[in-house]
Design a protein around this ligand. Sequence first.
Ligand code: GTP
Ligand code: MG
Length: 196
Amino acid sequence: LNFEQTSFIKSAAKLSQCPEDVGREVAFAGRSNAGKSSALNALTGSKKLARTSKTPGRTQLINFFSLTETLRLVDLPGYGYAKVPEAVKAEWQQHLENYLQKRDSLIGLILLMDIRHPLKEFDQIMLEWAEFYQKPVHILLTKSDKLKFGAAKQAALKVQRELKPFGNLVTLQLFSSLNKMGVDELKQQLSTWLLD
Ligand code: GTP
Ligand code: MG
């Protein structure tokens, strides 16, 4: 797969606006500011394919990108943006579950967590849904550049222990969009899922 060939398809506010549900896609999920859009840019070698921001809540629509005619990557809006009213959060959570439940072409989730704040409530909810709908999850512990390598490894082991109950359904790696750590491993995981 040539990830540099990725191009933007469209944005959707709800399921009915998504591209036709054919082929295969992998979605990037995670709390606001976890680094989803930055990871997509690191993966595709583009600085501005997905919009990033210091302000949490930058990505507010489901953004679809095409890798090939039939394979897609999806940038999901971040959850947990503090300035969004509770009712809006609840509505988005409903949209998100709807997408996970109904989207047949969704074959797996990349779940991003800031390595300094892993397994928050949203992450637990995503993992429980993924288990319920039997979609595999590959976790990126993002912003690993913020910790020394030894500390990052320790943090990864700790999260890994807590994920034992999910068995093979959930895998995990260190990642940094800043220094590109883990980009090749992520490409490997996506290729395995998308080309399987
Ligand atoms: P929403 O769209 O709001 O959900 O956020 P997002 O998850 O798409 O995060 P985004 O990629 O916009 O990044 C949020 C902030 O974190 C930006 O200021 C990025 O520059 C920063 N950031 C993202 N990835 C990394 C990383 O690997 N290392 C460091 N140090 N900063 C990062
Ligand atoms: Mg974003």
